[in-house]
Design a protein around this ligand. Structure first.
Ligand SMILES: [Zn+2]
Length: 181
């Protein structure tokens, strides 16, 4: 399934106004994704921007750190808060190459990031509209603006290629379910 293909109706409210620098900052996030890929990680990258400058940047480190919480967005949020000396990232925009998962969407809400711009949709784990929408949940006390699909093809191509290569080189898994199908 394409990472770009939205199902109809589900994401009508996802569209918010794009800003002139969105693609430029997303390019920096894509650089982080590429660096993560070079290190054998799932290629996802994130940057946090405040007052027209990058405050923090990170790629996935799950494998390197053997830390299931070491997602690009989570690291970027932690670093930005340390940089600011404040857990509140209210003036910040988070750029991430893939739709945030439940953990990262939770961290985004908790840190009060003002705006989230992401690239490709994640049909299997995305929590900005794919699986559910935690970022704009009506019961939560903070709801960032969300813009989807910025440089989405560059992000999804990198991910698709990564998983294709990994499947090709990984151990063969015997699928017992197929014999009874
Ligand atoms: Zn995540």
């Amino acid at each position: 399934m394409s990472l770009l293909a939205p199902r109809s109706g589900r994401r009508a409210e996802q569209v918010t106004v794009a800003r002139p620098d969105d693609e430029r900052w997303m390019a920096a996030a894509l650089d982080e994704a590429r660096a993560a890929q070079s290190a054998g990680e799932v290629p996802v990258g994130a940057v946090i921007v405040r007052d027209g400058a990058i405050l923090s940047r990170a790629g996935n480190r799950t494998i390197r750190d053997q830390d299931p919480t070491a997602h690009a967005e989570a690291i970027a949020i932690r670093t930005a808060a340390a940089e600011l000396g404040s857990w509140r990232l209210e003036e910040c925009t988070l750029y991430v190459t893939l739709e945030p998962c439940a953990m990262c969407a939770g961290a985004i809400v908790l840190s009060r990031v003002a705006r989230v711009v992401f690239g490709a949709w994640d049909e299997k784990a995305g929590m900005a509209g794919s699986v559910a929408d935690l970022l704009r949940h009506p019961r939560l006390n903070h709801r960032p603006q969300v813009l989807a699909g910025v440089s989405a093809s560059a992000s999804s191509e990198m991910l698709t290629k990564f998983f294709r290569t990994r499947r090709a080189s990984g151990p063969q898994v015997v699928d017992t379910s197929s014999s009874t199908a």
